[in-house]
Design a protein around this ligand. Sequence first.
Ligand code: F0G
Length: 351
Amino acid sequence: PRSWRGVIDEYRDRLPVTDTTPAVTLLEGGTPLVPAPRVSQLTGCEVLLKVEGLNPTGSFKDRGMTMAITKAAEDGAKAVICASTGNTSASAAAYAVRAGMTCAVLVPRGKIAMGKLAQALVHGARLLQVDGNFDDCLELARKLSVDYPVALVNSVNPYRLQGQKTAAFEIVDTLGDAPDVHCLPVGNAGNISAYWMGYKEYAADGIATRTPRMFGFQASGAAPIVNGEPVAQPRTIATAIRIGNPASWQLAERARDESQGRIDAVTDRKILSAYRMLAAEEGVFVELASAASVAGLLQAVEAGQIERGSRVVCTVTGNGLKDPDWALAGASSATTVPVDAHAAATALDLA
Ligand code: F0G
């Protein structure tokens, strides 16, 4: 067995690079498709989790970032910029380091998880906390990339979605065909669009015999696609998907319609309950936004929108360690004991 080479070298002939383009990579991708027995039991489906939190910076963004930074380097860029709810900035900062570029990130002040902030800073990014939401940050980043010599690496950069489509390739390569249903969270709507591109490409080339129905889930306080209009003040505890005017809105609607899928809203309460269940009953620690895929699956099965017996892949997009606040909230607190076996045994109800 050889070791995994990162998504560009694994799928070079399916990506917009030449045979000789040097990949800027941290060996992202190759993430496991983990069976979820508890969610399978609850839904009567065969449910698998594509655990994207195991990427180098802890989210699926690394798949797109290896492409965006590789192409920026090929074009001679010296600096990159992005707006972010946290994960894109963490990824851009790390890949910029590998390419010897400077990285600037714009984040909504007070609305990004601590771990993500730490990542951008430890990788040496110039971090601006903007008095506004993600949509304001993206508008600013776009303006700056037009007026100044900095390359924009948000998912409006088409190379991002090209890199992210490799997750669909991996799923088909592992399962031997596409699943019946694919569930994932929707924020700026790039990832659902990228997966759909990947699934369609494999089906067109006969590597898969079919494509899945795409089910995307927004948080109910930040559900512009479901509502059919932008949300001026998006609200949700799942800060990664706190977005009111997604950049890939049309592409996501096309993925939904072409695949005969749905884009629906899930409440914060359901997101939090799926988040706790994944950690406590599957042993998989994801971030809140990631749990929207599983919360949405449970809701869709209950509503009779997904048949029992279906094979379902849920992408869990980011690592739970990025946002420990929500793990600690509502958890039982640790008991303090002296260095004493009897006291420890008593505290553990063993004695
Ligand atoms: N899950 C996580 C953990 C995310 O960080 C994001 C997006 C999504 C889901 C939604 O994916 O935007 O492609 O629909 N995070 C972006 C960021 C906005 O800045 O990190 P999407």
